[in-house]
Ligand binder design. Structure first.
Ligand SMILES: Cc1cc2nc3c(=O)[nH]c(=O)nc-3n(C[C@H](O)[C@H](O)[C@H](O)COP(=O)(O)OP(=O)(O)OC[C@H]3O[C@@H](n4cnc5c(N)ncnc54)[C@H](O)[C@@H]3O)c2cc1C
Length: 387
């Protein structure tokens, strides 16, 4: 019998199976692909073929009929094997959820099966150079043009454009002149005329790239619009709680990977006649990280359980806290893992330093730690809005 504080046997089995699959690939495969400028398409397709990629999507569209808790478990176990796939956050979790909730029957049938089996990937673009964290200030504008739309604007830091055939773009309608943005969502093909993307050189060791995107009179048919043009923020928010829960899981998988490597190393490396792990200066920081990771995992599971139970409000608070706690735990454990490895901590062979930026990004994206603290101060503590 499972208690409230453990995951179901089915979820635990899912974790085991995904870990086994990802373990066949492992960190060396992932970093070799990244350093060669190649993609991890074979891993992506294999998780798709096994039903893990679309596990949160309804069965009638090729998915597994599970919840965010399931896809988050998949994301975490992949990262825990050294294969963190950022596009899992974006394609099945954000785009898959928004289309499932707000797409028409025809749109669901057109896009979801490909997202599930991995043959089609969808990126997600909300961030803009001038708006930054303040997404209410986005200026990418959709103008009505006959039956269709014309899109103009710029986006930045958009992950995976080179692997995606479509992008779910957040824009505003042209007649939203009140200063209050009514966000509208469009599926934009990456090969559309007027759509251009340039890769941004990053210091992250990953096959997944980030892009600056330019949309210059991109013409879209009427059915590129997902949801109601007057639907407002609620349609966008449908993707944001899953995004935070997935980002937490991504960080936690990497945190577990670093902790496992550091612990193994601390048991084996002998100086001053005993393994370095016999010293409290080495073992206490690792024990502390184990506690921090477990606490953040619990919060992430709580957020996913609330979301899957349909309690969006409570899930929002929990997802923010989980994402914060997971990013902090991941940054701290990677720093400790580098220290535990001594000089090897900076080598490519041991791969710890390569995790520094990957985990550090967790404090910035998809929502920064400052914005989470702003949210918690205001919504959980009732303090004045500070931003
Ligand atoms: C690797 C990576 C992948 C990404 N992938 C995507 C993607 O696929 N799609 C997408 O749309 N976006 C993506 N992003 C963008 C990401 O969501 C943004 O970088 C993030 O939201 C922060 O925005 P910004 O970079 O403009 O920072 P800014 O808004 O310029 O903020 C800079 C700093 O100021 C702080 N700050 C700003 N305002 C306040 C305030 N009022 N109070 C306190 N602190 C404040 C911020 O917390 C931050 O620390 C990605 C980013 C990275 C790094």
């Amino acid at each position: 019998m499972s208690s409230t504080f453990t995951e179901t046997e089915e979820r635990q089995e899912l974790r085991k199976q995904v870990a086994k699959l990802a373990g066949k690939y492992g960190r060396e495969y992932f970093t070799a692909k990244a350093r060669a400028g190649e993609k991890t398409t074979d891993l992506w397709l294999e998780i798709g073929k096994n039903g893990y990629l679309g596990i949160n999507i309804p069965e009638q569209y090729g998915g597994g009929g599970g919840g965010i808790g399931d896809i988050a478990a998949v994301c975490e176990e992949l990262a825990a094997q050294g294969c963190p796939l950022l596009l899992m956050v974006v394609s099945p979790a954000i785009c898959g959820t928004v289309i499932t909730k707000y797409g028409t029957e025809e749109q669901k049938q057109r896009w979801l099966p490909g997202l599930c089996d991995g043959t089609s990937t969808m990126a997600f673009a909300i961030t803009e150079p001038d708006a930054g964290t303040n997404t209410h200030n986005i200026t990418t504008t959709a103008r009505k043009d006959g039956d269709g739309w014309v899109l103009n604007g710029r986006k930045i830091w958009i992950s995976g454009i080179d692997e995606a055939d479509n992008v779910l773009v957040v824009a505003r309608t042209e007649d939203a002149k009140t200063g209050k943005v009514k966000p509208v969502l469009f599926v934009v093909p990456t090969d559309a005329e007027g759509f251009e993307a340039n890769a941004i050189p990053m210091e992250i060791v990953s096959p997944e790239n980030q892009f600056q995107v330019f949309m210059d009179d991109v013409r879209l048919p009427a059915d590129a619009l997902v949801g109601d043009e007057n639907g407002g923020l609620v349609q966008l928010f449908a993707g944001l709680n899953p995004e935070r829960i997935m980002a937490a899981s991504f960080s936690l998988g990497l945190a577990r990977f670093a902790l496992e490597k550091a612990t193994e190393y601390a048991k084996e490396r002998v100086v001053f006649d005993v393994p370095i792990g016999a010293h409290q200066a080495i073992q206490h920081p690792l024990a502390q990280s184990h506690i921090e990771i477990e606490m953040a995992r619990l919060m992430t599971q709580k957020a996913a359980a609330l979301y899957d139970a349909g309690d969006e409000m409570a899930a929002g608070a929990a997802a923010n806290m989980a994402k914060y706690a997971a990013a902090e735990a991941a940054c701290d454990v990677v720093d400790r893992a580098v220290q535990t490895h001594g000089g090897n901590g900076a080598s490519q062979e041991y791969g710890m330093a390569g995790l520094l930026v990957a985990t550090r990004v967790g404090r910035i994206a998809p929502v920064s730690r400052e914005m989470i603290l702003n949210f918690v101060a205001m919504h959980s503590l009732g303090l004045p809005k500070s931003y």
